[in-house]
Design a protein around this ligand. Structure first.
Ligand code: FE
Length: 218
């Protein structure tokens, strides 16, 4: 089949947060959907390999933090592309605790859920969540996955439901400008300053990978 048809489905970009005992954990996700509004119910898909999956399964509670087009895109890299198992992802992130789970302040809203059911696929768990509270935090439009892909120019990690293998080999559109691609998250730098060599202090704005992770793709 032509898997690119999946890109015609709409997705948002979310940070899923929960607790691992007394540690705050979380990951980036884009597969969450409202099932009903009354009773308010949400479905969320998380890969089995995601450490946050096992923590949601244990605590039976999670928050969906909805990123907006104004949210700092580095949140996507901070919470994606590395594991909560060995990383404290909250070091430089503003959050507040609501109903026992962290809520990211730089988002346009949050929804907190209690897990009421799960369904296993071969790779993912679908958590069915009863919404216990939620609020809007900003009026900026919610970030869609298409916006992330086309404007921020990031890609999905391999364990994301929206990952399409051909993205791995995808080259940026032909351009006379020098472009640099992050080998970790797929972010493409093609900014107004056309670096022939990236500065030594360069870090990926999405996943914080160093200069050495970038390759020239002009
Ligand atoms: Fe990166």
């Amino acid at each position: 089949m032509n898997k690119s048809v999946f890109r015609n489905l709409s997705y948002g970009v979310y940070i899923i947060t929960t607790m691992d005992g007394d540690r705050k954990v979380g990951c980036t996700a884009n597969s969450a959907m409202q099932i009903t509004s009354d009773p308010a119910t949400i479905a969320l898909s998380l890969n089995h390999e995601n450490y946050t999956n096992s923590c949601v399964a244990k605590t039976k509670k999670f928050a969906i933090n909805i990123l907006s087009e104004k949210s700092d895109p580095s949140l996507i890299g901070t919470f994606g592309f590395k594991s909560s198992k060995d990383n404290d992802k909250y070091t430089d992130v503003k959050y507040k605790m609501i109903e026992g789970v962290p809520v990211i302040e730089d988002s346009c809203g949050y929804i907190i859920c209690e897990v009421i059911d799960t369904m296993e696929t071969s790779t993912h768990t679908v958590f069915l969540g009863k919404v216990t509270t939620g609020d809007t935090l900003d009026k900026a439009p919610a970030m869609t996955y298409a916006y992330y892909h086309n404007v921020i120019r990031g890609t999905a990690p391999k364990n994301a439901p929206t990952y399409i293998p051909s993205e791995d080999d995808k080259k940026p559109e032909a351009s006379s400008k020098v472009q640099w691609k992050c080998g970790i998250c797929g972010y493409i730098y093609d900014g107004d300053v056309p670096f022939e060599e990236l500065p030594d202090t360069w870090v990926c704005p999405l996943c914080s990978a160093p200069k050495s992770a970038f390759e020239k793709v002009s």
